[in-house]
Design a protein around this ligand. Structure first.
Ligand code: HEM
Length: 153
């Protein structure tokens, strides 16, 4: 499972970079009132793909690293343990919600009138990014801290 954890840790940076790029494009497009470009589309697509990969690896970690067993044992015990509650409730559930927002947002941008595309992109991806940033186990989050980078040891 070490490899999945290393990948999940690393791909977080791809999610964040592509998300920042997409949001930058959305703000830039809104301010300059330009038409939806190839770069707008590519950044949204990459953000969505990296979120998809993160979801799949996350689910595999959830099942194989005994988090799912803890859910089966009962949510009462999960809620009492800060680390379990963070990974199972905050991290997994909020990240799934952010993933849904990215997908709904991508479709909404596709269907929107040309003048409304950047605004939709900013709202959906902006909220998704805030949720993702708030639910990452950053090293400064004392009880649930995880490293910024991880490698085989
Ligand atoms: C954009 C989405 C996501 C990001 C940026 C993200 C990021 C991270 C990071 C940075 C870690 C710490 C890795 C480490 O210890 O080195 C982590 C751990 C974890 N993530 Fe995610 N994650 C995302 C989505 C998900 C989803 C959707 C799930 C499950 C459904 C999930 C399940 C987990 C689990 C179970 C762990 C703990 C792994 C373990 O130590 O056993 N993640 N995540």
């Amino acid at each position: 499972m070490q490899i999945s954890l290393i990948l999940h840790n690393l791909i977080r940076w791809a999610v964040l970079l592509s998300g920042v790029w997409a949001i930058f494009n959305a703000i830039n497009g809104l301010i300059s009132k330009r038409t939806f470009s190839k770069s707008d589309n590519l950044s949204s697509l990459l953000f969505m793909i990296f979120c998809d990969i993160q979801l799949l690896i996350g689910i595999s970690l959830f099942v194989s690293n005994a988090w799912f067993d803890k859910v089966k044992e009962g949510m009462g015990a999960v809620m009492k343990n800060n680390v379990d509650r963070f990974v199972i409730i905050e991290h997994a559930l909020i990240m799934i919600f952010a993933w849904v927002l990215v997908h709904v947002g991508k479709t909404a941008v596709k269907k929107a009138e040309p003048h409304a595309k950047h605004k939709k992109m900013l709202i959906f991806f902006g909220i998704a990014m805030l949720l993702i940033l708030a639910s990452i186990p950053w090293p400064f989050r004392t009880e649930v801290a995880r490293p910024l980078f991880r490698w085989f040891n």
